[in-house]
Design a protein around this ligand. Structure first.
Ligand SMILES: Cc1cc2nc3c(=O)[nH]c(=O)nc-3n(C[C@H](O)[C@H](O)[C@H](O)COP(=O)(O)OP(=O)(O)OC[C@H]3O[C@@H](n4cnc5c(N)ncnc54)[C@H](O)[C@@H]3O)c2cc1C
Length: 202
């Protein structure tokens, strides 16, 4: 979990680095500070704390850069912004079987994610990769299908609120961080899972 504080006129930030193995501490006393945050990294507070935030007005001539347009990457829901992610790994056996992942994602209104193994194999686009060299995500629900749970994958999704893992190897590391584990074959579990979600919706 990152930390962002305004302390005696200085901005203090702490963030995990090296796949969560170390923390980096940063201080800045610059006049203008811009901090960006990944979606869902902070829980909204119920009661605002007492704090004074100074917001400086920047006049037009002081602007060095200006956002003129926002371009959407596409119609597909991005993993970094999705509240639910259904992710597939090498256990899906081939790109053609990702239709099972897409069917469940479709029912749940979720984004499709992928492990690096499947992105490297060219089964899925890089934009879907979750992990150390992909995107870091914090959805409410992350469903890992046929993903072993390598440390580099966990680095990108372990802060998800609920993790469901489907894996036929009961000793797969993903089960160590999963809230719910299904020890089974994705080709048997996913169609039933999707059907049950459909029934719940009707
Ligand atoms: C510098 C570096 C950066 C990396 N960055 C990333 C990253 O950003 N993201 C990432 O994901 N990885 C990353 N990796 C790769 C990572 O180490 C793993 O190789 C990768 O995550 C493995 O992907 P996987 O879990 O899909 O495949 P595997 O490790 O091969 O796991 C496949 C899993 O599927 C299960 N399985 C097989 N068949 C079935 C079935 N029919 N039903 C159910 N389960 C089944 C198996 O039991 C196994 O657990 C990085 C590695 C390095 C060195």
């Amino acid at each position: 979990m990152p930390i962002l504080l305004w302390v005696r006129g200085k901005l203090h930030a702490e963030k995990p680095i090296y796949a969560g193995k170390a923390r980096q501490s940063l201080w800045t006393s610059a006049t203008v500070n811009i901090a960006t945050l990944r979606p869902n990294v902070f829980k909204p507070i119920e009661k605002p704390v007492d704090c004074v935030v100074e917001i400086q007005e920047i006049s037009e001539p002081d602007l060095r850069a200006k956002v003129t347009e926002f371009k959407k990457a596409g119609e597909k829901l991005d993993v970094a912004e999705a509240d639910i992610i259904v992710s597939g790994g090498r256990g899906m056996k081939g790109p053609e079987h990702f239709s099972l992942i897409e069917a469940l994602a479709n029912e749940l209104g979720a984004a499709v994610g992928a492990s690096r193994a499947v992105v490297d194999a060219g089964w899925r686009p890089h934009g879907e990769q979750v992990g150390q060299t992909g995107k870091t995500v914090s959805p409410s629900l992350y469903i890992a299908c046929g993903i072993s749970g390598a440390i580099q994958h966990l680095a990108g999704m372990s802060s998800s609120k609920f993790i469901v893992a489907i894996n036929k190897d009961k000793d797969a590391p993903i089960f160590a961080i999963a809230d719910y584990g299904i020890n089974g074959d994705v080709f048997e579990v996913l169609p039933v899972f999707t059907e049950e979600v459909k029934k719940l919706k009707n």
